[in-house]
Ligand binder design. Structure first.
Ligand SMILES: *Cc1c(COP(=O)(O)O)cnc(C)c1O
Length: 297
């Protein structure tokens, strides 16, 4: 079986009075539409690791994530689609939720792991699957150079040019892939990452590590809203307004924070008049399901 998905990820313009006032054109690349579960950057990051697993005759994908991990879900969906077995090490005590329900439904075996042992992922892999010649290690979040390689292909799908491109950053693999893609294509586009964790400057080291060539880029580190998977009233109000006025579903963990940054920077006059901005919707809308109560009425 060949490991590929037909990519459906159109670029759509986002209309908002704010952007008219600031003389900006803002667009969104709909990677969320690539697949309902294997969505966004997760498919792009898994593509080459899966090809490598298949080339090495590995039939069992082993990976890691938190109980709401989009990566676990994407790996479970990819495994079932392309004929692999899958195991997910889940950080923390045994729980059940919508994400894990969907992982199991796709045949993923879940191993709940206390935070202490979760830290050393190669050791966990070795302990459980050291004797399984079929097992293939995929790091948490799909973080890897092969992951970045898959993401870099996003740039070759663009038919127009943009002055700025934005994406949310967790591990920074997607950011690195986009920056490499800009570089391969010799584009003049400036990359902007929005770390969803606190003190996101640390990501620079991880991103730079995956860059084919050193490139300047921006990290906007003030849009974490308290830290990973944390939210505020402002963020929730922004998401409600965005979804209800555009029809584009976004999650509060990643894309919500990234788009908040785009709107806020636009309102503050950060971009020169006439700029064209592309925001990448990295998918992960199932993250919403773990946060329903934050949305109130
Ligand atoms: C995992 C994820 C990210 C983070 O990607 P990294 O490559 O780890 O930086 C961004 N957006 C969504 C929706 C995700 O699920």
């Amino acid at each position: 079986m060949s490991i590929d998905l037909e990519i459906f990820s159109p670029v759509q313009q986002i209309h908002d009075k704010l952007f008219d006032e600031q003389d900006l054109k803002v667009f969104i690349k709909r990677d969320d539409l690539i697949h309902p579960l294997l969505s966004g950057n997760k498919w792009r990051k898994l593509k080459y690791p899966l090809k490598q697993a298949m080339a090495e005759n590995k039939a069992h994908l082993v990976t890691f994530g938190g109980a709401y991990s989009n990566h676990l879900l994407a790996t479970a969906a990819a495994a079932s689609r392309f004929g692999f077995r899958s195991t997910g090490f889940v950080r923390g005590e045994e729980v059940n939720n919508d994400t894990l329900f969907l992982c199991r439904l796709h045949g993923m075996q879940l191993i709940f792991t206390n935070r202490e042992s979760y830290r050393d992922k190669p050791a966990l892999f070795e302990k459980h699957f050291g004797n399984d010649a079929n097992a293939y290690f995929i790091d948490e979040g799909g973080a890897s150079a092969l992951g970045a390689k898959g993401v870099s292909e996003l740039l070759s799908e663009l038919n127009e040019s943009y002055d700025h491109i934005f994406c949310a950053c967790g591990t920074g693999t997607t950011a690195a892939g986009i920056i490499n893609g800009i570089n391969f294509q010799k584009l003049k586009t400036r990359f902007h990452g929005v770390p969803v964790l606190k003190n996101g400057e640390f990501l620079r080291t991880d991103i730079n590590h995956l860059l084919e060539e050193p490139v300047e880029y921006d990290l906007h580190t003030d849009y974490h809203f308290g830290g990973y998977a944390k939210t505020t009233g402002d963020l929730i109000r922004f998401i409600k307004r965005f979804v209800s006025s555009t029809g584009i579903l976004i999650d509060p963990v990643y894309t919500g924070k990234m788009l908040f940054a785009v709107y806020d920077l636009a309102a503050k006059g950060h971009f020169p008049k006439g700029s064209r901005i592309l925001a990448v919707h990295t998918g992960g809308i199932w993250g919403l399901l773990g946060m329903k109560e934050k949305f109130g009425e």
